[in-house]
Design a protein around this ligand. Structure first.
Ligand SMILES: Nc1ncnc2c1ncn2[C@@H]1O[C@H](COP(=O)(O)OP(=O)(O)OP(=O)(O)O)[C@@H](O)[C@H]1O
Ligand SMILES: [Mg+2]
Length: 291
């Protein structure tokens, strides 16, 4: 897929050598994620996602925004192969994932680093043990020393001071836990890093730290694709190369921050003018649908 791919990377191309035909799609080649006509219903009646088509460009930071309940996390779970679409196509790094077996999907997930709102660290493991965990699971060919070297490098990259490496999550601050979560997300050298609400519930100082960390991690890892789901419009504009706004399970607007500022779409204008933090509890408001 890429000449720059480090040898440690588990390549998607190793999974489905027979599906090379998928690579003839030009869009799929230039996009890290290419979604066509995606629809999802859980109950067979109400559609959480519908007619959703989206290309997430390689090597960029794309921020997905939208009111609560518009399908941002459900979209992310489809991209990660954690949910099966009712309809539609999802290509990750050029490979169709909708028909993949559980085993193939598990391998595919090694191309992803994931950081969620609560870093979800293992409470009984130290910082460095948390980062070692995915290496011990998936990189068994490495020696213990090599794994420790990688774990230390990732923690350094995530900005955690060495004196905290042996601390348990309960002994760390929220910011340190985020750094460990990020270091663990980076452990397997992912091509795509996915963040779901990485700053929700954090104070402004920590929010800025995590936003900066997302950008510095992205810039340090050449070619990495970052996808950030956020309520925070301010962050979206500050860190996003591209912003995607979902509404009622559809893409309302996909563009640069400037295109959002210039948009004539009523809902976008409201979202932009109010700032998103205030919008957290208005998702029950019926008027934001664009049907
Ligand atoms: N496993 C599930 N089963 C049934 N319905 C679900 C499931 N997961 C999500 N939904 C529904 O899908 C819709 C979209 O949920 P989603 O979690 O994607 O929203 P969101 O945009 O991420 O919201 P938030 O900003 O609050 O995180 C919601 O109505 C939710 O109830
Ligand atoms: Mg969500």
């Amino acid at each position: 897929m890429s000449d720059e791919t480090p040898p440690s990377q588990i390549k998607v191309s190793e999974m489905t050598p027979e599906s090379g035909a998928a690579m003839t799609d030009e869009t799929a080649l230039s996009a890290a994620i290419s979604i066509r006509d995606l629809a999802k219903t859980f109950d067979g009646k109400e559609y959480v996602l519908r007619d959703l088509s989206l290309d997430i460009p390689k090597g960029k930071i794309t921020v997905v925004i939208g009111y609560s309940g518009t399908g941002k996390s459900v979209l992310l779970k489809h991209i990660l192969g954690l949910l099966k679409p009712t309809q539609g196509s999802i290509k990750v790094l050029g490979r169709e994932i909708t028909g993949m077996s559980t085993e193939q999907l598990t391998k595919l997930r090694h191309s992803f680093g994931m950081l969620f709102q609560y870093a979800a660290l293992f409470d009984d493991m130290t910082a460095i043990e948390n980062v070692l965990f995915p290496l011990r699971e998936h990189r068994r060919e490495l020696s213990q020393d090599q794994m420790i070297q990688i774990a230390r490098a990732r923690l350094r990259e995530a900005g955690l001071d060495e004196k905290h490496y042996k601390k348990l999550p309960a002994e760390m601050s929220g910011g340190m836990r985020k750094r460990v979560g990020l270091a663990r997300a980076l452990a397997l050298d992912p091509e795509i890093i996915v963040y779901d609400e990485p700053t929700t519930g954090l104070d402004p100082v920590l929010t800025e730290m995590v936003d900066n960390l997302i950008v510095s991690t992205h810039n340090l890892r050449k070619g990495t694709t970052s996808i950030v789901v956020s309520h925070d419009l301010y962050a979206a504009f500050r860190i996003g190369d591209h912003v995607v706004m979902l509404d009622s399970g559809r893409v309302l607007l996909h563009g640069t921050p400037q295109e959002f500022l210039d948009s004539d779409i009523d809902l976008v204008k409201r979202f932009v003018s109010k700032g998103v933090r205030k919008e957290l509890h208005v998702h029950s408001e019926p008027s934001h649908s664009v049907e």
